[in-house]
Design a protein around this ligand. Sequence first.
Ligand code: NAD
Length: 368
Amino acid sequence: MATHKLLLLPGDGIGPEVMREVEKIVGWFRKRGVGFETETDLVGGAAYDAHGVSISEAAMDRAQQADAVLFGAVGGAKWDSVPYAVRPEAGLLRLRKDLGLFANLRPAICYPALADASSLKREVVEGLDIMIVRELTGGVYFGEPKEIVTLEDGSQRAVDTQIYHTHEVERIARVAFDLARKRRNKVSSAEKFNVMKTGVFWRQVVTRIHKGEFSDVELEHVLADNCAMQLVRWPKQFDVIVTDNLFGDILSDIAAMLTGSLGMLPSASLGAEDPVTGQRKALYEPVHGSAPDIAGKGLANPIAMIGSFGMALRYSFGLLDEADRLDKAIANVLASGTRTKDIAAPGANAVGTQDVGDAIVKELEALS
Ligand code: NAD
């Protein structure tokens, strides 16, 4: 039986609380014969307190050796004044950089039971299931020059530089087309080819990869601003949206809000395929932060974290039946009304973090 190596990095604030619920789910699958080997280490403020850095070299080594990293959340007022290089977020950035995680996957799923929690009408969002694939390591956030310069006349000029290389667009396009094949077989590629050279280039490269390797998948090109509008108008027209770092940042937040609470949103970041094993380095994390306002109170919604583990089942371990069962268990628990405060129906009693984890384990049991 294959053993899947998981590194758990709970982090700070509600991170450890929601990670404990994932451990229950891992334990349940383990009892059912799925081989998981877990290690736990420190990241963020917790690592700073113990080691004076936001992630230790030993933890980085473990992350390199793991089949998947599960990351909780980092940060909090306690570490607001630590030196910039060792601030809690630096641990996450180091992981992304050293593991080469160039593809950020953010699903936006609207469970029928939560359709009324969205700011859009029920019929617009109910049953929504889209995936935003954002290029994560290139583009305008990293391009040089990046500066504010003072000119001879005393005025100033600010510059950010959007740069994309062929291989960067090719590899993110392949991730998107691959995913689409396992979903509803459609990719929408968003850029601004009408006003940006990188947009013209993005469109050319995506078209070439489509023609050469994925012509069975439906491809449409959409201007990023129109994509934003369409996401709010009729999001169910989309399956997989692939886009660059900047547009992806914005479009994924719009898509996120279609679904209700931050406590519901998982994400995955994937690296290049290993030429020998075909495995990708991968990190799975909820979209939310360490939520200091509710930390330690047992109020956090663990579904974003548990859903992130579900993505690991699907994308790192190929355990599709197990991932489907976990998704179904989450949907059933939500439909039964067992919900934390952030998503509780008006007037309904909210339950705690552990209750939701327990209910999902019970539902997994009932489904098997
Ligand atoms: P946040 O996501 O931590 O919280 C925003 C709001 O959403 C809060 O009211 C919080 O209570 C609520 N919330 C978040 N997750 C929830 C959950 N699972 N269940 C119920 N409610 C939930 O964002 P913030 O308040 O802007 O940041 C707090 C800290 O987290 C800061 O230090 C920030 O730097 C850090 N942060 C870390 C990450 C990360 O680790 N990836 C991401 C974002 C923010």
